[in-house]
Design a protein around this ligand. Structure first.
Ligand code: SF4
Length: 273
């Protein structure tokens, strides 16, 4: 008998086991949505979060330029940051928050349905005081017949980026790798959803990895903060590149007062009369 995808029978059947032995999330999401087309009301977290100057954050800082991190963690530079969060970018953030809320709500609901994964926790806080690392895992799920809980990170992509996605982004891999190091769990799943139609999913298993390179970069930043100077930290961009042009520290990171190639003028310290 052929089981039609999206049918009640499909929803009640156990997804086929992945040949590599890792849990897979998307087949369970498909079964859940076939069973529960309307999951009820849920809350979207669009709260203002004050900047954390004390800790390093796996969600966005694993690959961040070390000089930028130095400036980001030092409140005295806050007023000089050039950050343009226009309407378009705000809407992008809000769509991301809404999709996170929607999927995290599905995970909450799945817990009540036999044969589907149980939610251990949404927004699970992970911290390491000694390393000064803090973050929160989007969700942790306990899959049927899988011994250890599995951390899940939800990521959104535009249709073009989603289409060409054949491996997880390096920054996302490192983020999840850091969570695995902090929790001791063997692997996690990066779940990507397309923000545009068709709203497809892709998932990638990420195993524990050597986080030494990231931790060493972060240590250099902490040493520079303790020393009160970024002078030993390398410049990680060229002046005319998109990395420079989108960096909020571009106005004060280089104080040479040089305008290269007609690019954005570099901030010059005021001259004293
Ligand atoms: S301007 Fe370049 S070197 Fe300076 S903080 Fe930004 S990315 Fe790093």
């Amino acid at each position: 008998m052929r089981i039609r995808e999206g049918s009640k029978l499909f929803a009640l059947s156990a997804p086929p086991k992945a040949s590599d032995g890792f849990a897979r999330l998307v087949p369970y999401v498909e079964r859940y949505l076939a069973l529960v087309p309307n999951s009820g009301s849920y809350t979207v977290d669009d709260l203002y979060k004050p900047k954390d100057y004390d800790n390093l954050h796996p969600s966005s800082e694993c690959l961040m330029c070390m000089r930028r991190l130095y400036f980001e963690k030092n409140p005295k530079y806050a007023d000089q940051m050039v950050e343009k969060i226009d309407t378009e970018l705000q809407v992008t953030f809000k769509i991301g928050h809404a999709l996170h809320g929607m999927i995290q709500h599905w995970f909450e609901n799945m817990t009540d349905i036999e044969g589907l994964p149980d939610l251990v926790e949404n927004e699970a806080k992970v911290t390491d005081e000694a390393l000064r690392v803090a973050g929160s895992i989007d969700s942790i799920l306990k899959f049927p017949d899988v011994e250890e809980p599995v951390p899940i990170e939800i990521k959104t992509k535009t249709a073009d980026l989603f289409k060409s996605l054949s491996a997880p982004d390096a920054a996302h891999r490192l983020q999840l790798g850091m969570y695995l190091m902090l929790t001791g769990l063997p692997y996690g799943i990066l779940l990507y959803i397309s923000k545009d139609r068709p709203h497809s999913f892709k998932e990638f298993v990420v195993e524990q990895m050597d986080m030494g390179p990231t931790l060493r970069r972060w240590q250099q930043v902490k040493d520079a903060l303790d020393a009160g100077s970024p002078s030993l930290l390398p410049y990680e961009c060229e002046c005319d590149t998109s990395k420079f042009k989108s960096c909020p520290c571009r106005g004060f990171c280089r104080r040479e007062g040089v305008i290269r190639g007609g690019g954005i003028p570099i901030w010059q310290p005021p001259t004293t009369m």
